[in-house]
Write a protein of this length. Structure first.
Length: 252
């Protein structure tokens, strides 16, 4: 029943969005080449599906996203678990992290392009930077907030490192770590597109720039919709994975 209600909400929300779009197109004085209708964007989407460009660009973007996001999460979680257990070391590293964290990943793009050129690496590097800090800081905070009783019981049972970290600390801290991982997902997906718009010649971000250069606003809007849909699917998939992990560990 809940799934039916959720599906109904999605349909109503999307229908309202398309209706507003159509109304704006109808009353707008802009040329349709600059502000296309939903029907024109749908036709452009079908065109990209048939010529294979959409599938090619999606696969390229997903490869970059998976490489950047997964490597970033792995590195941030491992480092966060270590720093969270060594607060004396973290207090010296934290000022540097707080200095680097507010810097937008796009600010690093010119430097990355100068070092590695145009291609996969600039986009992957931008995704890595975008996802790293939220996951690292949430992991450190999660480890610090673990109930001391877990550590006392583990000591009584003779559990030592590295088993203590992977069998006790990580499962206990995971709910809070998951929040950082979830936040990083959306941030990483946003900056993937930004990275491809500047440092790549393929992918969904590049497809946006190419559509703009060719004055194909219908393709541009169709691509924007595809980016949004993929973002929703990634978010839903991550929620499902988190739920199953928490259930396996007795968290839900």
């Amino acid at each position: 029943m809940k799934k039916l209600i959720s599906l109904k909400n999605v349909v109503i929300s999307l229908a309202a969005l398309i209706l507003i779009w159509q109304l704006l197109f109808t009353v707008s004085s802009y040329d349709k080449a600059l502000f296309p209708s939903p029907k024109m964007a749908l036709d452009a989407l079908v065109e990209m599906v048939y010529n294979g460009k959409l599938a090619e660009n999606i696969s390229t973007s997903m490869y970059r996203f998976a490489a950047g996001y997964l490597s970033s999460v792995l590195a941030a979680v491992v480092l966060g678990l270590i720093l969270g257990r060594i607060p004396g070391l973290f207090k010296y590293i934290d000022p540097a992290l707080q200095l680097l964290r507010p810097i937008s990943p796009t600010a690093w793009m010119p430097f990355i392009v100068l070092l590695f050129g145009i291609g996969d690496i600039p986009a992957i590097a931008m995704i890595f930077i975008a996802a790293f800090f939220p996951v690292l800081l949430s992991t450190v905070a999660a480890v610090k907030n673990i109930d001391p009783i877990y550590l006392k019981v583990s000591k009584n049972f003779g559990i030592t490192q590295p088993a203590l970290t992977w069998k006790v600390v990580f499962p206990a801290a995971f709910p809070q770590i998951a929040n950082g991982i979830h936040l990083a997902l959306g941030t990483a997906w946003i900056f993937l597109v930004a990275g491809e718009m500047v440092g790549a010649q393929s992918g969904l971000g590049y497809q946006l720039i190419d559509a703009r250069n060719n004055i194909r606003a219908d393709i541009l809007l169709a691509t924007i919709l595809v980016i949004g849909v993929i973002g929703i699917l990634l978010d839903g998939a991550l929620k499902l994975i988190e739920k199953r992990i928490l259930k396996a560990w007795g968290g839900v």
